[in-house]
Design a protein around this ligand. Sequence first.
Ligand code: AMP
Ligand code: MG
Length: 330
Amino acid sequence: MNTEVIFVDKNVNKEETYTQAVDIIRKGGIIAFPTETVYGLGADATNAEAVEKIFEAKGRPADNPLIVHVDSKGAALGCVEEVSENAEKLMDAFWPGALTLIMKSKPHLFAQNVTANLKTVGIRVPNHPVALNLLKRVKMPIAAPSANTSGKPSPTLAEHVYHDMEDKVPLILDGGPTKIGIESTVLDMTSEPPVILRPGNVTKEQIENVIGTVRLSAEVLGNGPKSPGMKYTHYAPEAPVYLIEDDSKLIKKAIEYIQGKGKKIAVLSSAEYPEADYHFPLSPETLYTSLRKCDMTDADLILAAVPVHRDDNDFMMNRLEKAADHKWFS
Ligand code: AMP
Ligand code: MG
């Protein structure tokens, strides 16, 4: 399969591109498109064969459900049952935006592989003009996980998608770099109080300001039973990642020690370390790009400089802990 990358902006023949994208989705194909969080790999959420193509292209385990994207609160309400007043308040407050709400799905609406046979479904309205234009034209819910190979860092640039999905997807809509750079907050509205299954740009405090107390899942707290999809390796580059306290003396010592063993080191940090073989910036917007850049080097080991006192709500820390499989350098 040939993979076409089309830059969707004011200057190109936009309508033609959207028609092509809608056509592919309606015929049961998959395409990659930008959202404000990361790039997604989308298919008609009501077509199991189409959705299966997403799992194949990503190499994604079948028990990891997909997030469904719709163009409005109205469209979301048409997909779910027993919607609480609080869920509607959150839709009004944060949509379009980086908050995925887990709610009870209407029976027999979504393909079973979208929800991994659960009775619930994760839904959000993305806040990106390309994603919204696509959803408005296609007029159906689009199931879309991040457009990376399973286990690898999520794509924040069309190039990242091309790297992972070349020959696996016919069309990548290029909308430039994604603004937020980290996946949506996932909030389970079927528990009381609601539970944050995955931290993201929409914070616990922001949510609590709208609906009162919510909890962080045991998995987010790092000590509990794992929920679907969260038990797998995530965001990992080729070389092992170790977390290290963000202290320049300690980091310089670590660099010297590792280089003394004849190994090459890449450092991810907000401060620069010219003594390291490679240095890449660390911020929510640059996290995945930096992890992917490590794969283009011959670094044997990656150190990520993080605060020692973990804030459970810190979404960048949450992703880094997974990338490092919770290993600390010592
Ligand atoms: P991704 O689309 O790759 O960013 O991953 C979506 C995340 O949402 C995964 O961690 C899923 O396990 C989670 N998710 C999606 N749907 C559900 C659901 N119905 N119940 C619980 N978690 C879900
Ligand atoms: Mg993902």
